[in-house]
Design a protein around this ligand. Structure first.
Ligand code: TXA
Ligand code: MG
Length: 325
């Protein structure tokens, strides 16, 4: 049952509705600290199938399983490395997904036939409460159409999925704004599979040096790794020298996505990710800025890379993928 006092009346109602829909095998959009997810009962194959249909997601792309209690890890995974437990203790709930050897009971549909299952415990008060009340974990990819910009507000989910959008548990704008960092293990040592909201530095403090995952044939098809992903419809370029580029010719139809304030650039439209030059603030605004620029009917978005410290690595990764042809 939902504890009284922790939530407003409307939050309590929304949580009840979300729970009922999920118990019936339906899909619900849920807020997390990273991005909104499209959630369904991980043990219900039909419910899981609906996610692939709604997102137009290819079957080769595996899903992350979201849990609300640490004990659930052992229902999903086995032979868990000691370092994985250290990472869970340090960062869960939080923006860290672990790739662990899957148990037989986890459907191949979820893992796209891989021997590992991706698991995370999200840090959002509504979603954590929901997960803690449900008798099953939730698979949840980001709640956007395949390859499109990730949603960091309930409104983005509506925009991306249109009339097909399911019930949305509105938890406000996502605090961090970039997907979770994905870590796997090779011979018990941590391997980075996706840059994300938890920085390499923070992970290395707990788990030692990280190696970068080398993509094989199969992984190249996993969209987190795909060259083009998180993409607006408008063409986009990462531009190391925007003033020079603007001086080269016709600037009409160009919109700017700037890392921080640039008094030398008065070209409009422009969106500044962090006026005070803070990478965390920039991450928080990134996808909303891409959504807004994409709605301006521009011919080209010129984007500036951010400093590659902390979450900055993940921001630059998303910018590169949004700009890839
Ligand atoms: O922050 C997040 O992780 C968000 C929120 C909703 O939790 N979820 C998210 O899900 O970003 P999605 O589906 O958009 O991205 C999941 C990524 C994909 O790149 C997928 O290939 C990878 O996780 N993945 C899932 N299972 C995997 C596995 N067993 N091995 C390798 N990669 C896996
Ligand atoms: Mg996604």
């Amino acid at each position: 049952m939902i504890e009284k006092g922790r939530f407003t009346e409307s939050e309590t109602e929304s949580l009840q509705r979300a729970r009922q829909d999920l118990m019936k095998g339906q899909v619900v959009a849920i807020p997390t600290e990273t991005v909104y997810g499209l959630a369904a009962n991980a043990w219900d194959e039909q419910a899981v199938n609906q996610i692939f249909t709604l997102k137009k997601r290819p079957a080769y792309n595996p899903l992350i399983v979201h849990i609300g209690r640490k004990e659930q890890v052992e229902e999903l995974a086995q032979n868990i490395p000691a370092r994985a437990y250290q990472l869970m203790d340090a960062f869960w709930p939080g923006p860290l997904t672990l790739l662990l050897q899957k148990r037989e009971s986890v459907a191949d549909r979820i893992t796209a036939g891989k021997p590992t299952v991706a698991i995370r415990m999200p840090h959002h008060r509504l979603t954590l409460a929901l997960l803690q009340q449900l008798p099953f974990p939730l698979v949840a990819p980001s709640a956007n159409r395949f390859n499109h910009i990730s949603p960091t507000q309930a409104e983005h989910v509506r925009l991306s999925l249109g009339a097909k959008a399911p019930f949305i548990l509105d938890g406000g704008p996502c605090k961090l704004g970039i997907e979770s960092t994905i870590i796997g293990f090779r011979e018990e040592k941590p391997v980075l599979h996706r840059w994300g909201a938890l920085s390499r530095e923070e992970i290395e403090k707990v788990a030692g040096p990280l190696t970068l995952h080398e993509m094989d044939e199969h992984d190249i098809r996993s969209p987190g790794q795909l060259k083009k992903h998180y993409a607006p419809h408008t063409p986009m370029e990462i531009c190391p020298n925007i003033p020079q580029r603007l001086s080269e010719g016709n600037t009409q139809g160009i919109g700017l996505l700037l890392w921080t304030s640039r008094p030398d650039l008065d070209h409009q439209p422009q969106i500044i990710l962090s006026p005070r030059g803070d990478v965390n603030e920039a991450a928080h605004h990134l996808f909303a800025a891409l959504h807004r620029l994409d709605q301006m009917d521009l011919d080209l978005i010129l984007a500036e890379a951010v400093p590659p410290t902390g979450i900055g690595q993940a921001i630059n990764d998303r910018l590169r993928k949004a700009a890839a042809q």
